[in-house]
Ligand binder design. Structure first.
Ligand code: 5AD
Ligand code: FES
Length: 353
């Protein structure tokens, strides 16, 4: 089948075979047509709206040792920090004034924040900002813990599966981490009632096109509300320090393929994408992404949350980033809205017409 027919087939919501996905992902001659089809699909459902999420990176302590990540336990060069409940609330306060209606609390897997403490923080945010969504991104926990956070007021959870293939997962993580557990966490979160986000890095060490197909197939099974992808970016203080960064072109192509495969998904144009190319986030939006996640963390700790090198926006105040993004988003024909930005569910199709 010709590449344009494949794009049309996907746009018509018909599933592709593995080989067809492979053809789409490896062909660089039809990118414009692919981006256009994805943008058309996103506009049909989400119009020109871009949702913003205020990211609060509240701890860079982590008990895990993922080979790709700059805040892995064994990186003794990482200067560690934790934010207090009051500091986190101050970030939310500032964010609210800037038009944020979603807070994303992200951190390493840090046992200092017991379930009790997380619930205490979440319930206070819920009390003070009843019109906001609270998203957690704090790694693998028991179903009971996830349920407790949900009951305290959290509504969304981000947990990238990182790669859906066991063999590849083993190359990226030490023995103590098990892909099946991570996948189970995602199904548990869904079962509890969270809006769930998953995703993976593009161009992570040893990744093959077959791995990426498996990622798409896993997402088709999970049916997440949010899908976050970004290029792998090198960090000198990790065992992967000699590997190349993931590619802009393949990341953009994947964003489009994901938009067409999951038309209703919330797909961020990630900071990692903005880090490997000065217009990376704008290009991500044009390829089908509809969310951006500026940083609300205090400037004093921003550089320390270094999952990878040269991360952008580490010197700017939240208000500066907000203004900068406003201009960037507008420059490519979309607009940031002050909205909780919930996922539009497919079953609402009738309401849309
Ligand atoms: N490059 C790009 N993304 C990374 N992440 C972690 N380390 C890196 C890196 N070196 C991503 C992972 C994680 C998310 C919070 O950041 O996918 O889930
Ligand atoms: Fe942060 Fe531009 S978005 S400075």
């Amino acid at each position: 089948m010709k590449i344009f027919e494949l794009i049309e087939k996907l746009a018509a919501r018909r599933n592709l075979s593995d080989d067809e996905f492979k053809t789409l992902l490896t062909n660089d001659e039809s990118d414009e047509a692919l981006f256009e089809a994805a943008d058309k699909k996103r506009r049909e459902i989400y119009g020109d709206e871009v949702y913003i999420r205020g990211l609060i990176e509240f701890t860079n302590y982590c008990r895990n040792n993922c080979y790709y990540c700059g805040i892995r336990r064994d990186n003794k060069n990482a200067e560690r920090y934790r934010l207090t409940k009051e500091e986190i609330l101050a970030c939310c306060e500032e964010g609210y004034c800037l038009g944020f209606r979603t807070y994303v609390l992200q951190g390493g897997e840090d046992p200092y924040y017991t379930d009790e403490l997380i619930c205490d923080i979440v319930s206070e945010i819920r009390r003070r900002f009843p019109d906001c969504a609270i998203t957690l991104s704090i790694g693998e926990k028991s179903k009971e813990s996830y349920k407790a956070y949900f009951d305290a007021g959290a509504n969304r959870f981000l947990l990238r599966h990182e790669t859906a293939c066991d063999a590849h997962y083993r190359m990226l993580h030490p023995e103590s981490m098990i892909l099946q557990n991570r996948k189970q966490c995602l199904y548990d979160l869904k079962d509890i009632g969270y809006q769930v986000g998953s995703g993976f890095m593009v161009g992570s060490p040893y990744q093959t096109i077959d791995n990426l197909i498996a990622d798409i197939r896993f997402l088709q099974d999970l049916q997440p509300d949010m899908i976050g992808i970004g290029p792998y970016i090198n960090h000198a203080d990790t065992p992967f320090s000699n590997f190349e960064n993931g590619s802009l072109a393949l990341t953009l192509r994947l964003i489009s393929v994901l938009r067409l495969t999951f038309p209703y998904a919330l797909i961020p144009s990630t900071t990692a994408l903005g880090t490997i190319h000065p217009q990376g986030r704008e290009l991500g939006l044009k390829a089908g992404a509809n969310v951006v996640m500026p940083n609300l963390s205090p400037v004093s700790v921003r550089k320390l949350y270094a999952l990878y090198e040269n991360k952008i926006c580490t010197g700017e105040e939240a208000a500066q980033c907000r203004g900068c993004l406003e201009r960037r988003v507008r420059s490519v024909g979309y607009r940031i809205v002050t909205s909780i930005g919930n996922v539009i569910k497919e079953k609402n199709d009738a309401d849309l017409s």
